[in-house]
Ligand binder design. Sequence first.
Ligand SMILES: C[S@@+](CC[C@H](N)C(=O)[O-])C[C@H]1O[C@@H](n2cnc3c(N)ncnc32)[C@H](O)[C@@H]1O
Length: 262
Amino acid sequence: MASPLFGPGDVLRLEKAYAAPEIVEQRARTRAALGARPGERGLDVGCGPGLLACELAREVGPAGRVVGIDASPDMIEASRARAAREGLAECVEFTVGDASRLEFPGETFDFVVAVQVYLYVHEVERALAEAARVLKRGGRHAIVDTDWDSCVWLTADRDRHRRVMEARVGHFANPHLPPRLPGLLRAAGLRLANAGVIPLLNLRCDPASFSVGIIGATKNLAVRHGLPRAEADAWEADLRSRTEDGQYFFSLNRFLFVATKP
Ligand SMILES: C[S@@+](CC[C@H](N)C(=O)[O-])C[C@H]1O[C@@H](n2cnc3c(N)ncnc32)[C@H](O)[C@@H]1O
């Protein structure tokens, strides 16, 4: 089955959400775990609006190359515009592509990274096998993904909140992927080298925070997946009303894995 397509509205939404300090920090931790070196070739699978790919392009420098692929032509257009704006067109390129069918020869890349992508990919075993195939021997695959069971959000009505989240995660092919990843990486022929947790924590209803940035999309996706509109509106109104200090709490775990190709 095809992954849900991200459109122009999603580009703007993700660019805003990914400017949140906690997501900037997530990218920094991902880059630190990956350890890209000058001159290396890297692949960013599901690059979205291209923030991480451009940061990695600076690390590999003019002697290296980063390729970003994404299923969404709108994300690729936004990524190309970002690279041009940031003067990186020489060391990064972007193209439409599918995580499960990588159009590169075997052993092309020193590293492959996939951040918040495999949760959308139905053929995740195939996508991991593809990442392993295009890696050089000794190459690294870094993955950041979410288990939505780790989401804690302070709300007035816990039963309503549970119904919102159950409907919302219906949008993902794999809403609980991280606990399975060590086994899936091994099955793909990769060796787990490093695993960690990146906690996202918001204690204020700040419009610039990640969690406030995803309230609207969470509500809309829950409605699309069967939640009554009135219930979704009431859930959103409760969260947005929590503007006083001490009234707002959100936490979500991102899980970071780095596996190598023996
Ligand atoms: C939540 S965004 C993450 C973007 C980016 N990796 C980041 O963290 O900044 C998920 C991205 O994965 C892309 N995507 C989903 N399924 C895909 C697939 N099968 N192949 C390639 N890209 C895919 C979407 O188009 C979207 O841009």
